[in-house]
Ligand binder design. Sequence first.
Ligand SMILES: *[C@@H]1O[C@H](CO)[C@@H](O)[C@H](O)[C@H]1NC(C)=O
Length: 311
Amino acid sequence: MIKKNVTTVNFFILKGISDVPELQVLIFSLVLLIYNISLGGNLVILLLVCLDSQLHTPMYFFLCNLSALNISSTTVTLHKILSIFAIKYNVVSFNDCMAQVCMFSWLSGNEFILLTAMSYDRYVAICNPLRYLTVMNERACAGLALFCWTFSLLQMLPAMVIVSRFSCYTSNTIDHFFCDMIALINLSCSDTSILKLLIFTEGVLLSTFTPFLLTFISYSFIIATILRIKSTNGRSKAFYTCSSHITVVVLHYTTIVCQYLIPSGTFKSSKLLSLLNTAVVPMLNPIIYSLKNKEVKLALCRKKKNFTSIL
Ligand SMILES: *[C@@H]1O[C@H](CO)[C@@H](O)[C@H](O)[C@H]1NC(C)=O
């Protein structure tokens, strides 16, 4: 086996989504559209929660965190793919590539942890409604949010240190549209066994499976409590307050399972799934929350009235 060792890599070349020239414009427009909808939708949620005092509750503060996360993660992954299409510049320096791997691992790790914090919020609201405001007080919420962001940052640092020290690459062409840790591992001829173990324990067990388990437990209690409610009206009301969150949770876990557990026969399909995960899902979060949630819809109407009265 001939191994072409490129020992020092100063830059990487990103191949993008597809090499078919006819598809470029179509993909570019689609990604740009998705990015804009996602940016717009998440900004609306951020502004609404800040401006509308009726949305100043723990649930909406966490939704705000999720929107901030969505904006950052789509920007981190999509800015490069857009510039590849727009100015045909597909070179990314080693440091930029590492920065992208780092940011993406942090943000994508935080997503599931934040969703778990949100499910804990729903658990307290439904199973312990009388103590909701004392348990989820301002300090507890801020602490929980801070924990999510720092925990996800700390848990990906060891893997980051190892990746940045890879000294040997077989090629510097990445067949992806952003610097993905897995794609880098596939290119490396350094010893990747420790890193693979770290990704399994931290990426899979700690920041995906554990959050899933905790969310599942929260919802088991929530459903048990809802089923014990006597009146149908009360039951549907209680369910209604969790419906947007559970939809978002199901969406996130199904796409991640599709991306990583379905054996990717062709790398193309895995790139598309990755696009679904990094671009489409963050776009859907604010849409789900504003379509399925009466409070958000009402707040939107109030703000629209305010705007028209100012104009
Ligand atoms: C995240 O949530 C915390 C706790 O509710 C809140 O204090 C903070 O303002 C939120 N941050 C953002 C960016 O939404």
